[in-house]
Design a protein around this ligand. Structure first.
Ligand code: ATP
Ligand code: MG
Length: 421
């Protein structure tokens, strides 16, 4: 097992477009790192450079303390599990797992020992004589992992391994991969564009946008302290609400009314004119179900509720609002960046299941003002980020850098947004 250090990695494809742009990420020995971001942001490219399937344009790739830029994939001793596991259909599970060992010329006794160890870890003992075609998707994936385990690989690399499974199996496999990774303690880099997988699997998560690293942090840090609008909108479901806001002293003027925020936060956003406030749905509540001592004038507002979706344990209330053009424009751009996840100008409020608010009500809503973030609408930067609890935010404004890349690239290949197939 080994640590993986990526230092200022750049990948420029033949047409000059930087698919990965100056990315530096340290993956500790035994760590589970997630690469996440919308389609085309460079996740697979970065992973393929770790394995050696893609040349590195500039920067250093260091695995186990050794620079591997010029090493062939087979000399890096990494194990890659793809979306389709590429098992040999005519071989038994046993022989599928044994395959890399046979290839390396291992003795029968060594093969047997290693395959049985792997199969017991992966709970495949009773399937060893079966063919892959007769296994479930999850079992097949374990076989693929078994093949990776017997090689004593330095690290596991996964590229969206669960994306073609149905939702239920995906959930099961997610837990299974997390458990196995912990048990084996193998350094793992895992690519996904699914923010739930990113949040549940990783020790740390690297969020990419157009080839540029935005933030590298634990799931909690990303959730509580996103460095910019992009990360804030990408992590969390339903997504964070974005509202036009003006700060005056300790007060923030929102479309529904004015709330007081902690002075320390307010100071950092002072005199900046029109801002975008970010508030997660669960930081609102029906004021009538909140403890009385929490409900003060400064933290509640009245609004007409458009639609309520009741889910039993909670309910979502939708409250439309108007946004001025400056904010509207930034939100539309954000929507495009996030791959079309709709950020309509309506507030999504998560209410306790006990709430009696219904459609058409003029409701009194409480907001947890301590949790409000304030973003600069022109740069997207989070002005109220708690730097100590935000993990690593690469120098400069990563969101602006990604914008520049976007513009440069539109000049290279006008109008094309999809990877060549
Ligand atoms: N062989 C290639 N030649 C030129 N450009 C490429 C090539 N492969 C990928 N790209 C470009 O590099 C960018 C990153 O592609 P990559 O496959 O790494 O994205 P991704 O994040 O894995 O996306 P997805 O989630 O869709 O798999 C894309 O804009 C793509 O068009
Ligand atoms: Mg990909």
């Amino acid at each position: 097992m080994a640590a993986i250090e990526m230092k200022n990695i750049v990948k420029q494809y033949g047409d000059g477009f930087p698919a990965v742009n100056d990315v530096s990420i340290d993956v500790a020995d035994g760590e589970f790192l997630i690469l996440v971001g919308p389609s085309g942001c460079g996740k697979s490219t970065l992973l393929r450079m770790i394995v050696g399937l893609e040349d590195i344009t500039s920067g250093d790739m260091i695995i186990g303390g050794k620079k591997v830029n010029d090493l062939a994939p087979r000399d890096r001793n990494l194990s890659m599990v793809f979306q389709n596991y590429a098992l040999y259909p005519h071989l038994t599970v046993y022989e599928n797992i044994a395959f890399p060992l046979r290839l390396a010329g291992a003795s029968d006794s060594e093969v047997d020992k290693k395959v049985r160890e792997a199969s017991s870890t992966l709970e495949l003992d009773e399937h060893l004589e079966r063919k892959p075609g007769n296994l479930s998707g999850g079992q097949r994936q374990r076989v693929a992992m078994g093949r990776a385990i017997v090689r004593n690989a330095e690290a596991f690399l996964f590229d969206e391994p669960l994306s073609n499974l149905d939702a239920k199996l995906r959930g099961q496999m997610r837990t299974e991969i997390a458990r196995l990774q912990k048990r084996l303690g193998i350094t793992t880099v895992y690519v996904t564009h699914d923010q739930t997988e990113a949040m549940t699997l990783g020790d740390r998560v690297a969020v990419l946008k157009r080839g540029v690293l935005q933030q590298l942090a634990t799931p909690r840090e990303l959730y509580e302290n996103p460095c910019n609008l992009f990360v804030a909108g990408f992590i969390g479901s339903p997504p964070m609400n974005f509202l036009p806001a003006k700060v005056d002293g300790d007060s923030v003027e929102l479309p529904f009314g004015t709330v007081k925020i902690p002075s320390e936060k307010a100071q950092r956003a002072q005199g900046k004119g029109l801002l975008i406030a970010g508030i997660r749905p669960e930081h609102f509540e029906d004021a009538s179900v909140v403890d009385e001592d929490k409900v003060s004038e400064e933290a509640t507002f009245h609004a007409k509720v458009d639609v309520v979706e009741w889910l039993g344990n909670e309910a979502y209330a939708y409250i439309p609002f108007e946004a001025p053009p400056e904010v509207e424009k930034q939100l539309q751009q954000l929507e495009r960046d996030l791959d079309g996840e709709s950020l309509r100008t309506q507030l999504v409020v998560s209410l306790d299941g006990a709430s009696r608010i219904t459609e058409g009500d003029d409701a009194t809503i409480w907001v947890d003002a301590r949790k409000i973030h304030l973003f600069d609408p022109s740069t997207g930067e989070n002005l109220t980020m708690d730097v100590e609890r935000a993990g690593t935010v690469p120098g400069g404004n990563a969101m602006e850098k990604a914008e520049e890349v976007g513009r440069a690239r539109d000049e290279v290949q006008p109008g094309s947004d999809q990877p060549a197939t």
